[in-house]
Design a protein around this ligand. Structure first.
Ligand code: HEM
Length: 483
């Protein structure tokens, strides 16, 4: 598709499984879906507009044709609801939140929550993001260069911290370490696909993967209850003194059409949803970007130069993420190659036709950004890292429904602006001051859980860049020219 050719001299091929020539047998397929679904794709998926197959839980159609995807996610979206497997994987804690709501409940919540993630609100969160990035960068700069730091774990901690500050800016009212540990345990668990889910055993049969963490789940949910109750009391006593963070916005949110607020269960579920949907996804976007930059001296220097210019002392901070154009192109390319949500799924309510194939009611539709973003029909040299795809003029040639890291249509990610702003600010802050080198001998490999992460983390050696020369000062330069 894209007619603009890439700068292949500097592009390189980062690690990914080679698509299989033939489909796996039933047992090997189940095992691979459990261990790393990314390794189950065959060549046909990267070449055909649609591939249909029968799995133990029913018919599945993987769609990679932009027009058909548009039909599922936009034009005929009412015919495609979130599917049963997805419902089982996410825990009860998310059931009343935006991610899992359907029909009227979803419409009401989306309308009500949209202002929380609108551009203006998100720009107001930039100082939290920059501060968290600066703290992490200073910690890395102080570390011994001989000691490898797990950059993937570090950025996961950072994205949790940003959400904690933007959601509950006045603290947790509990021990932060306990809360973080419970939160980590909670989100690790809901991210696991239980083999019982895959073979479609009824819900009444307990899932052992979820049993062992029940105490952590209860601790986390009750901590969120307490935080909400405390904030309600403060809002009733002295509303002017309360921070305008996401929690306050949630408690005050009103539907523009009906004037109704959110119920207690919806508020709690949405807090858990924002943390669940927002922390590992953004962390993976950052981890992959840092890894790719560690392999590309050219792009590492380009991003560092842009960051030195735009984050120089005295430069305005307002809207700075919008001026970090090359940094953003690296992130967009990183989430093309390694989309944090590697697959989106839906269930057809009634029969339909997609890419010239008849789809029976009940079919599971898979739209896999991982496959779509490397599809032979849609991309030039799809497996190569080349951020110039996302700079003008190449950018304009990308099909809207051929690049979907945040989904599309009415259920497009509500946090996309938040995530891109955060990732851009953090990447620029790190690259401005530091150089990253992958630990020698470590083999990077993408592993698909609910999100697509580097298997075994990302051990890196970090060194400081040379101090910057002071930035040109327009006033002084003008005086010099006038002489
Ligand atoms: C790089 C980071 C992120 C990626 C790649 C990502 C990706 C996605 C995708 C693909 C969807 C659509 C799922 C579907 O159609 O089935 C989605 C939905 C959603 N995301 Fe994100 N997301 C990211 C960050 C965030 C953040 C930071 C938040 C909130 C703080 C968030 C909250 C949500 C919510 C609530 C939904 C459901 C929207 C709805 O159904 O109306 N996401 N995300």
């Amino acid at each position: 598709m894209p007619s603009v050719s890439l700068t292949k001299s500097t592009a390189f091929r980062p690690p990914s499984p080679t698509p299989l020539a033939q489909p796996l047998g039933a047992i090997a397929l189940l095992r691979t879906l459990r261990d790393n679904p990314l390794e189950a794709w065959t060549q046909a998926f990267f070449e055909q507009p649609i591939v249909t197959m029968r799995l133990p839980f029913g018919a599945v159609a993987t769609v990679s044709d932009p027009a058909a995807i548009r039909r599922v996610l936009l034009d005929n979206a009412a015919n495609y609801r979130k599917d049963t497997l997805q419902r089982r994987i996410v825990s009860a804690g998310l059931a009343h939140g935006l991610l899992m709501a359907e029909a009227d409940q979803w419409r009401f919540q989306r309308r009500t929550l949209a202002p929380l993630f609108a551009r203006k609100a998100v720009m107001g969160f930039a100082p939290f993001m920059l501060r968290a990035a600066e703290e992490m960068t200073a910690r890395w700069a102080a570390a011994d260069a001989d000691e490898a730091i797990d950059v993937a774990a570090e950025v996961t901690r950072l994205t949790l911290e940003v959400l904690r500050q933007t959601i509950f800016s006045d603290g947790l009212g509990r021990d932060t370490e306990d809360f973080q540990e419970a939160m980590r345990c909670y989100f690790d668990t809901i991210g696991q696909i239980d083999p019982f889910d895959l073979i479609n055993l009824p819900d009444m049969i307990p899932r052992f993967t979820r049993w062992k963490v029940r105490p952590a789940l209860r601790f986390f949910e009750s901590a969120v209850d307490d935080i909400i109750a405390r904030r309600r009391r403060r809002l009733a006593e002295a509303p002017q003194a309360v921070q305008r963070d996401i929690l306050t916005l949630l408690l005050e949110a009103h539907d523009v059409e009906t004037g109704h607020g959110l119920t207690e269960a919806e508020i709690k579920s949405n807090i858990i949803t924002f943390i669940a949907a927002g922390h590992e996804t953004t962390a993976n976007a950052l981890a992959w970007s840092l890894y790719l930059l560690s392999q590309s001296p050219e792009w590492s220097e380009r991003v560092a130069a842009e960051a030195r210019r735009e984050l120089a002392p005295g430069r305005p901070r307002d809207g700075v993420a919008d001026r970090l154009i090359e940094t953003r192109a690296v992130i967009e390319e990183a989430i093309r190659l390694y989309p944090p949500l590697a697959a989106i799924s839906r269930e057809a309510i009634a029969a339909d036709e997609l890419a010239d194939e008849t789809i029976a009611a009940g079919t599971t539709i898979v739209i896999a950004p991982y496959v779509l973003h490397r599809h032979r029909r849609l991309w030039d040299e799809p497996d190569l890292f080349d951020p110039t795809r996302f700079l003008p003029p190449a950018r304009e040639t990308i099909d809207r429904y051929g690049y979907l890291p945040f989904g599309a249509g009415p259920r497009i990610c509500i946090g996309a602006t938040f995530a891109l702003q955060e990732a851009t600010l953090v990447l620029a802050t790190v690259m401005r001051r530091l150089r990253l080198r992958l630990a020698p001998g470590f083999a990077v490999w993408p592993l698909q859980r609910v999100t697509l992460r580097p298997r075994g983390g990302l051990p890196m050696h970090i060194t400081a860049r040379k101090p910057e020369r002071s930035a040109p000062q327009p006033e002084r330069d003008a005086r010099l020219h006038a002489r």
